[in-house]
Design a protein around this ligand. Structure first.
Ligand code: NAI
Ligand code: ISE
Length: 342
């Protein structure tokens, strides 16, 4: 029987996940939705010609007997409340990033899951499911470039809205690198510093853009990540691993190479939805398959906490300009797999 899903939040990614669960994935169907704007939730169902119950709020939806598992795709500050309610109801929950907006919030989720006694939470960090990152990790793990010494990375968006603040470069944008690079290296972060280069004239007055985040891992690997959210030209994700005996780069998404009008070119994507579309399919299919088989895997609440602890340190580093230590508590037995396993 199909896994019956309830979705909380029918905005951009919520709609995309409802579409994928209804049209692309196997073994699941959306039976309930909710949004603080119920008319929008109804419009989303209409647009997809989908029959599902519209609930007045997330808590009513979590309690609904027909809902067997949850997708939390509402705004970040509401995630903690809904994930805790799902754990209290004993229902598996896929929660979009961030798991909670503070490390303290993630810790409360980890404690609730440990008290429950088995994993119920998968965090929507999709990059470890991206074929390019998986290929890059296979090269790094094979030892072909020796031990990783340095990583040079970039996360660029064409532009952001007026409500995007300087700290969101960490909590909304860098959070993906904080997760995927820890997974890629199977290592944890120990310190961070944030530098602000000359500001672009394309950013709104209150936003400091671009930023450079310098991370150090426990094994001494140094990572620089450029975050540039008004780069204008495209959505561009870069990752280069410099090893002792070679360099490995994240592959570019496949594009037709064009020779025309005296130039050689290939297109650059303009938004994140297209760049990671296959990874979103794979991560959610893994959640559905796992729940149907009686287990939840993938990025865990512990991974959500690890990213949030690093993000809190990055924000402190943005404000102080200092090198800020990052320290994670001892990994509890429930999350025995080290970073690097899905
Ligand atoms: P959005 O603003 O387009 O949609 C959020 C929706 O949640 C809105 O319709 C809003 O009315 C609803 N909502 C907010 N609070 C609610 C509550 N308490 N109960 C029910 N509904 C509520 O935002 P978007 O872009 O869809 O982002 C949602 C979450 O997904 C964010 O945490 C964001 O960081 C994450 N996200 C993850 C991506 C990824 O690559 N994994 C990509 C884009 C977003
Ligand atoms: C957005 O919220 C996401 O999560 C995308 O994956 C990310 O790449 C983008 O920069 C964020 O704004």
């Amino acid at each position: 029987m199909s896994l019956q899903l309830g979705v909380i939040g029918t905005g951009a990614i919520g709609q995309d996940h409802i579409r994928r669960c209804s049209q692309t994935l196997q073994g699941c169907r959306v039976v309930a939705v909710t949004d603080i704007d119920p008319q929008q939730a109804a419009r989303v169902l209409d647009g997809l010609t989908l029959e599902a119950e519209v609930y007045p709020d997330g808590h009513a939806l979590i309690q609904a007997p027909e809902v067997q598992a949850l997708l939390v795709t509402s705004w970040g500050p509401s995630h903690e409340e809904f994930v805790l309610a799902a754990i209290a109801a004993g229902k598996p929950v896929f929660c979009e990033k961030p798991l909670a907006v503070t490390a303290a919030g993630c810790r409360r989720i980890v404690e609730a899951e440990i008290a429950h006694g088995r994993r119920l939470v998968q965090v929507g960090f999709m990059r470890p499911y991206d074929a390019g990152y998986q290929a890059l990790k296979a090269v790094v793990d094979s030892g072909r470039i020796g031990e990783p010494l340095m990583l040079h990375c970039a996360h660029r968006n064409p532009r952001v809205g007026e409500n995007y603040k300087t700290d969101m470069a960490i909590t909304d944008t860098l959070i993906h690198e904080l997760d995927v690079l820890r997974w890629l290296l199977a290592d944890d972060y120990v310190s961070v510093q944030v530098l602000f280069p000359r500001k672009t004239g394309k950013a709104h007055a209150q936003l400091r853009d671009p930023q450079i985040v310098l991370l150090e891992t426990a094994r001494g690997t140094r990572i620089d990540v450029e975050i540039f959210v008004n780069c204008q030209y495209g959505y561009d994700i870069q990752c280069e691993v410099v090893g002792e005996s070679g360099i490995a780069r994240l592959p570019e998404p496949p594009q037709v190479q064009l020779r025309s009008a005296a130039s050689l070119s290939s297109a650059i994507l303009m938004d994140w939805k297209g760049r990671f579309i296959a990874a979103y399919d794979v991560e959610l299919q893994a959640f559905v398959d796992g729940v149907r088989a009686g287990r939840v895997g993938g990025p865990s609440a512990w991974d959500g906490l690890a990213a949030a602890v690093a993000a809190d340190a990055c924000i402190e580093a943005q404000q102080s300009g200092a090198i800020v230590p990052i320290s994670l508590p001892q990994r509890p037995a429930l999350y025995a797999c080290p970073p690097g396993f899905l």
